[in-house]
Write a protein that binds this ligand. Structure first.
Ligand code: NDP
Length: 234
């Protein structure tokens, strides 16, 4: 049966690959992003800044009004504003926390009531291995992504009895716009990946698809690293 799937940050990179994955499965996919762009085949896309709670709530309400209860919510929108913590501005800190953590919370809060009422659903946060390995220059990003783990595991307990699962997918280094200007640092990080290659957005999309499938209906509160072994360390 065709599911109602919402994906934040569906315009590019990992979010676009996730949206395409569900479209291929025949699902009705609603994309949310600042630009409003979304892969062709999406049932609808909304131009939404996830840092604005009211915008997100309105968009999710409109999606539910048009396509019914949400079956799968993928909280993927994210940004980086790297810099050493000692020199990090309030603005750099806030932009990342408000997009990567607040934005995910606003979206999931708007989406989950319809899942709880339907007594089924999958919530998948796109985290990162950053909080587990520690990355110099990413204190803001690692803090936001660590926050997602606490959020997900608490939500998992709140809604488990209602048949809703909540999990985190934590990618390693993936080829997208986000990592395109890392220069030599990207090559250095790539050289540390035990599987010998940088991840592709489709590597992440497949795992998200699995977590949203019936095969994963007994998995909740889990953090799945999808990183070619990068978080294993040296
Ligand atoms: P991209 O920079 O390629 O895409 C980011 C997406 O997020 C875009 O769709 C963008 O929309 C959207 N977005 C950003 N800010 C907002 C906002 N305020 N409101 C709505 N949408 C927003 O990033 P990736 O695809 O690489 O990253 C996707 C997720 O994966 C992020 O959460 C990231 O932290 C995580 N991740 C990525 C890794 C990597 O190596 N690439 C590694 C680990 C985690 P628009 O274009 O419209 O602005």
């Amino acid at each position: 049966m065709s599911r109602h799937v919402i994906v934040t940050g569906a315009s590019r990179g990992i979010g676009a690959a996730i949206a395409e994955h569900f479209i291929e499965l025949g699902d009705r996919v609603v994309g949310l992003s600042r630009s409003g762009d979304a892969p062709s085949g999406c049932a609808k896309s909304f131009r939404v800044d996830v840092t604005h709670s009211e915008e997100v709530t309105e968009a999710v309400k409109a999606a539910i009004a048009e396509f019914g209860p949400i079956d799968v919510a993928v909280l993927n929108a994210g940004v980086t504003r790297d810099g050493l913590a000692m020199r990090m501005s309030d603005e750099q800190w806030r932009e990342v926390l408000s997009t990567d953590l607040d934005g995910a919370f606003y979206t999931v809060r708007a989406a989950m009531a319809s899942m709880v009422r339907a007594r089924q659903g999958s919530i998948i946060f796109i985290g990162s291995i950053s909080p587990f390995v520690g990355v110099p220059g990413q204190a803001n990003y690692a803090a936001a992504k660590a926050g997602l783990v606490g959020l997900a595991r608490s939500l998992a307990k709140e809604v488990a009895a209602r048949g809703v699962t909540v999990n985190v997918v934590a990618p390693g280094l993936v080829d997208t716009d986000m990592t395109s200007d890392l220069g030599a640092a990207k090559d250095q990080m790539a050289a540390m990946i035990p599987m010998g290659r940088v991840g592709q957005p489709s590597d992440i999309a497949g795992v998200v698809g699995f977590l949203a499938s019936n095969h994963a209906r007994y998995i909740t509160g889990a953090v799945l690293c999808v990183d070619g072994g990068l978080a294993l360390g040296q």
